[in-house]
Design a protein around this ligand. Structure first.
Ligand code: UGA
Length: 480
């Protein structure tokens, strides 16, 4: 099938590469020229394990562009909108990029049936909003300049006012829309396309693995043709009958993937509800960890003990400094903001957020307790990214922690296998000393704060580093 993916961030790029590997013809579009230039050279602009290898394997089925006109939207079966939806100040999702993408697609739709898929995490109800944007953009481009009707009403408007949304179908069947000869008539917009929601559950750091071997695929759409098209697109993943790449072998016993088909709003809500639940699970175990510390219990054993109950499950029960990243903080805030529009409170999710962000302060307080005075002390942060195997710093606890330490007069050093360049570019004002080599970073320091649990940190010569307790180790991830 012919696929267009708009946005080459973590979601878009991984999706595009996997679909191309499966044999679809994929165009990845991004307005950022630097990213596209880099991708054309086969170099991913983000760090994600195996992405470079997969990019090479799928390269023949991939095209990269910054230009919507080169993307052949009319000939495309599926368009994924996978652009960023950062948080607004009030916690709501900023949909400017989604809106721009929808508009650009709507203007270029024509002829063939195309499914436009919201892959970005968008607030509940966005599918309908995107449909409206596309319809309006479509109408803008496919309606002749206004001609006066006898009553003086522009012809396009008279159609619209006489028949509402349905009136856009006045020009007949899909075939008539293929010809430009019928300018002045609206093409049958809603016959040419359908909107779907296909939320993404991939985790950064294991994004390709999660895309090839997902727990489930969720498809939400009102138009059954959209569900059919997307089911066909994902067939190799659903049936697990593709040849697994060597770098990402199929897990033993992994077979058919469950498919959840539903309406648009339910699919959109599944995404928010899933992320909020995972966020809640982490905050829950962190709350238990606080009490465990007071009573002298071991949170790792507690997590194991409860996680083996299949109703609870063992994953996402690692206590520490809590969640970061581009998803949990943003999505919990957006869900609360949506609920607020309906005059609803979400006290459980609100509490999960409060517990989470307080963990960063608590961590700095622990360092202060250990060192007594932070002012003038050298403190080394092991890890900057919000979790291992990514260079992403969005909502990374390391940033808040570094800021609080600097505010208290500590001298902050930091190391990370891949995130240092991003930190230097995004936070040049912080005055942190960066070390590529973690062994250098921990030399002659007063305290080592484990922020991101990169496995390589286990291999450091801890006996020598800690100098019989003279150097404090504060483990933010229950890693050691
Ligand atoms: C998360 C979800 O896990 C994905 O399913 C979802 O697709 C994605 O958001 C998204 O919405 O795009 P991600 O943010 O990449 O994925 O990373 P996670 O592995 O979920 O970790 C999030 C944060 O929680 C990290 O800071 C991690 O260190 C923390 N965490 C995770 C814990 O503190 N404890 C745990 O037990 C697990």
């Amino acid at each position: 099938m012919k696929v267009l993916v708009i946005g080459t961030g973590y979601v878009g790029l991984n999706t595009g590469v996997v679909l191309a590997y499966l044999g679809h013809h994929v165009t990845c579009l991004d307005l950022n020229t630097q990213k596209i230039d880099s991708l054309k050279q086969g170099v991913p602009p983000i760090y994600e394990p195996n992405l470079e290898t997969m990019l090479t394997l799928a390269y023949d089925h991939l095209t990269f562009t910054t230009d919507y006109d080169q993307a052949d939207i009319p000939g495309t079966d599926v368009v994924f909108i996978a652009v960023g939806t950062p948080s607004n100040k009030d916690g709501s999702a900023n949909l400017d990029y989604v809106s721009q993408a929808a508009h650009s697609v709507g203007q270029r739709l024509n002829g063939n049936f195309t499914v436009i898929v919201n892959k970005s995490t968008v607030p509940i109800g966005s599918g309908n909003w995107v449909a409206t944007l596309i319809r309006d953009a479509y109408k803008e481009t496919h309606t002749a300049p206004p001609q006066s009707t006898p009553a003086g009403i522009p012809s396009s408007l008279s159609r619209e006012t006489s028949g509402g949304d349905k009136s856009v179908n006045l020009s007949g069947g899909p075939d008539s829309s293929r010809s430009d000869a019928n300018a002045g008539l609206l093409r049958p917009a809603h016959k040419n396309y359908a909107i779907a929601s296909n939320p993404e559950f991939l985790r950064q750091g294991s994004a390709l693995y999660d895309t090839f071997y997902p727990d489930r695929i969720v498809l939400g759409a009102e138009d059954p043709r959209a569900i059919d098209t997307l089911t066909n697109l994902y067939r190799p993943i659903l049936n697990q009958d593709f040849a697994a790449p060597e770098c990402l072998p199929r897990p033993e016993g992994f077979s058919a993937v469950p498919l959840v088909t539903c309406d648009l709003a339910s699919a959109e809500m599944i995404k928010y509800a899933a992320n909020s639940f995972l966020a809640l699970k982490i905050s829950y175990i962190n709350e238990i960890a606080h009490l465990a510390e007071k009573v002298g219990a071991d949170i790792t054993q507690i997590a194991r003990g409860i996680g083996l109950d299949s109703r609870i499950g063992p994953r996402f029960l690692n206590a520490g400094i809590g969640w970061g990243g581009s998803c949990f903080g943003k999505d919990t805030a957006a869900l609360i903001s949506t609920a607020c529009e309906y005059n609803l409170e979400m006290p459980i999710i609100q509490a999960a957020r409060e517990v989470n962000y307080k963990l960063r302060e608590d961590f700095v307080m622990r360092a202060q307790q250990e060192l007594k005075i932070l002012k003038g002390k050298t403190v080394t942060l092991l890890g900057l990214a919000f979790k291992p195997n990514t260079d992403d710093l969005r909502d990374a606890p390391a940033i808040d922690i570094a800021k609080m330490l600097l505010l208290r007069g500590a001298k902050v050093r930091a190391t990370d296998p891949v995130a240092i360049p991003n930190m230097q570019n995004q936070y040049p004002e912080l005055g942190i000393e960066y070390y590529e080599d973690p062994a250098e970073a921990v030399r002659d320091t007063d305290a080592v704060l484990l922020v991101t649990e990169w496995p390589i940190y286990k291999k450091l010569d801890w006996k020598n580093i800690l100098k019989d307790g003279q150097v404090k180790l504060i483990d933010g991830r229950n890693f050691f």
